[in-house]
Design a binder for this molecule. Sequence first.
Ligand code: SF4
Ligand code: SF4
Length: 211
Amino acid sequence: MKVSEGIKEYFGNIYESVTTISMGMWITFKTAFFERKVTLQYPSHDIIEGKPKDASLPAQKNLPLPFEPLLGASQQNYRGPLNTQLPERYRGLLGYAELKCISCLLCVQNCPIDVIRVKGVKIEGRKGKAPTTFRIDYSKCMFCGLCVEACPTDAVFFTRQFEGATFEYRTLIREFISPELYLERLQLAEVAKEKAKEKKEKKQESEEKDQ
Ligand code: SF4
Ligand code: SF4
């Protein structure tokens, strides 16, 4: 190496060190003195609004029925930076698409710890069975994904909801079929049963005539 090249490299290294340290120091200085401080007292403050949330929860007497959405799951509508930083295949709380469900019970059979409960009835115009009960006990779920893999219609899936902590155990049991829909389904099932019965009787009659 020539002497001139050595001197050039020496001063080049000094220049690089000074500029990179200055850049780092500038970022520190800017953050410390000019940027707005964003410190949220999570989880006692809502991560969307930054307002205190449900401070009364432990003392609250009239807690909603299990059909109500999870308490504390404010990020169900949350679209902030925490969500966007989650990995693509993040396993959040399980979600359920009722219209896709055929009540095949594969999720139930594949769950090793009995987290999901499903019941369904046959109604007109619906493939498979229409669910009358779909319940997930989030307190038991270990996010193994066996139910998600087994579901043939992608009706059960992982959401990106990560906040499920609650002071009340029963709010971790979620019913996805409302009582109104449950009753409606039972009525439709009766109608479907009657129609099937009539069809069967007509078929039998026509077979008897043919003989
Ligand atoms: S993720 Fe695993 S533990 Fe949770 S409901 Fe599905 S199969 Fe059961
Ligand atoms: S496996 Fe899928 S389609 Fe079958 S009952 Fe479960 S959620 Fe419904």
